[in-house]
Design a protein around this ligand. Structure first.
Ligand SMILES: [Zn+2]
Length: 501
């Protein structure tokens, strides 16, 4: 083929691709009224076909409950490029069909989203604050999750906007997401916000932006947070994002992890009380560590997400439970808590789990899988909580690996191997069998008993496992107490010292 013909063919292919290129641009405006809502406009360019299906997710990753976001969507309307109204019909729980009968290449979609619940998985708006949980706000063209999207926020007067989304240079409050997974993973906080002094870890900037925080020492708080992030990053040995933002949405309960941000209930009002401060640090360490464990080190079911039905996995005892375990480890290694405080947290978890009648009926894997119907906290008589059993399983597996390898390896090595082999190299999640195989490779022995404790209702042999670190576990009046033995062998001493420095 001649150079000229090749050139013509390339230009033709390029032109064809341009004609097909689809562009989606969102504009979101808060509207204060008796029932506050966001008005959404979506311009779709380069669409094809005479009927288009738009969908809003039914849940947001990180919060394993169906949310029925579609119930808050109102006044859906569509027009073509000439302003002609297009027929628009809701079909199913969370989808709308737009009949683009004139096959217009540009259509504009508009709708409102009622936003009245202040919660990290919900949309909220009031006189001086707005929060967007994007899975509950933005529709995607069915089958086009990989579509890039531009978003402009129109905040009210005197407001600022905070999000982990990448800003478009020179366009205020305009952001770009490489696909809808990234958009859905990037909450937006707006209103009367305060930015605390930022810091770098491994050259990456970390921000904390909060709605009307109370009185406390901002600089001291950020110094502590930097220590927490340094310690967490040292466990995995790599920081995969360009920047990270904590979004403090105000009072309330809960936090949700994201790839380069987290939305947390936070006022800072309790940072002046030592015990409450540690509780807050545990919470922030937990949400932060999730950007590794669950967002990147993840079960295979958690991506690509099934936004319509939820993504069920039997491994939340690892994704959530081990994250609780690592919040204990991070705070202890960073010097905020003592080894005895970690042991107390673990004995409280054992006690909580052993007090649940559901422990005889539901395994940690079962609790993970059934959280969509049972909830995560083991309410009722037939379920347990992976937030309670999960960290204990983390401790047992960690101690077993340290014991079997004569304290050469630990659970940290398992987490690092999963990060490297599945997130970095294979770029996917792991199956249960793959998770077990990595853990057993590091341990150098079978971990059948540990996995039995996760997959069945068999009672863990706490005495044996804590004994690897020279600890005793005693039961008194139904409570569990973990204490140090008077005499330990050299291996036990070194395990305890390295495990809880
Ligand atoms: Zn969590």
């Amino acid at each position: 083929m001649s150079i000229k013909r090749t050139l013509i063919l390339c230009l033709f292919l390029l032109a064809r691709n341009f004609a097909w290129a689809q562009e989606m641009t969102y504009t979101v405006s808060p509207v204060l009224s008796d029932t506050p809502y966001y008005h959404i406009e979506l311009a779709c360019r380069g669409v094809s076909g005479d009927s288009l299906q738009f969908s809003i997710p039914d849940w947001t990753p990180g919060y394993y409950q169906l949310m029925d976001y579609a119930a808050a969507v109102r006044n859906v309307q569509a027009k073509d490029i000439n302003g002609n109204t297009l027929l628009c019909k809701k079909t199913g729980k969370n989808s709308w069909w737009i009949y683009n009968t004139s096959a217009a290449p540009v259509i504009n979609l508009q709708y409102d989203v009622r936003s009245t619940r202040l919660f990290v998985a919900s949309n909220y708006l009031e006189a001086d604050r707005g929060f967007i949980s994007p899975a509950g706000m933005f529709m995607h063209l069915k089958g086009h999750i990989e579509q890039a999207v531009t978003l402009t926020v129109k905040p009210l007067n005197g407001w600022s906007v905070a999000t982990g989304l990448r800003p478009v240079p020179d366009q205020q409050y305009t952001y770009i997401a490489s696909d809808f997974d990234v958009l859905y993973d990037s909450p937006i906080l707006m209103g009367k916000l305060e930015t605390f002094p930022s810091f770098d870890v491994q050259g990456k900037p970390h921000h904390f932006i909060a709605y009307r925080p109370r009185e406390f020492d901002r600089a001291a708080f950020m110094k502590d947070l930097q220590k927490i992030i340094n310690t967490a990053a040292d466990i995995i040995g790599d920081i995969p994002y360009d920047n990270y933002t904590f979004l403090g949405i105000g009072s309330g309960m809960g936090g949700i992890e994201h790839l380069n941000s987290t939305a947390v209930s936070f006022t800072g009002g309790n940072l002046n009380k030592p015990e409450e401060k540690i509780r807050t640090y545990n919470f922030l360490a937990h949400e932060y560590f999730h950007h590794y464990n669950v967002k990147r080190i993840r079960p295979i079911e958690l991506g690509p997400f099934d936004y319509d039905h939820g993504s069920k996995t039997r491994l939340l005892w690892v994704s959530e439970g081990f994250t609780v375990y690592y919040e204990y480890m991070i705070l202890c290694r960073a010097g905020f808590t003592t080894p005895d405080e970690v042991l107390r947290a673990l004995q409280n978890n054992i006690h909580a789990y052993e007090s649940k009648p559901g422990r005889l009926l539901q395994s940690a894997a079962g609790a993970s899988y059934n959280t969509w119907s049972d909830g995560p906290f083991g309410a009722g008589d037939s379920s347990i909580s992976y937030y309670e059993k999960g960290p204990v399983l983390g401790a047992l597996m960690d101690l077993k690996i340290r014991h079997e390898t004569r304290n050469k390896y630990s659970l940290d090595d398992v987490m690092r191997a999963l990060y490297r082999e599945y997130y970095q190299e294979k770029k996917r999640g792991f199956t249960e069998a793959e998770f077990r195989s990595v853990a057993e490779r590091i341990a150098g022995v079978s971990l059948a008993e540990c996995f039995d404790y996760a997959n069945t209702v068999k009672t863990p042999d706490y005495k044996k496992y804590f004994g690897y670190a020279g600890l005793d576990v005693a039961t008194k009046d139904g409570s569990f107490a973990i204490t140090r033995r008077k005499s330990m062998n050299t291996l036990q001493e070194s395990i305890l010292k390295d495990w809880l420095p």
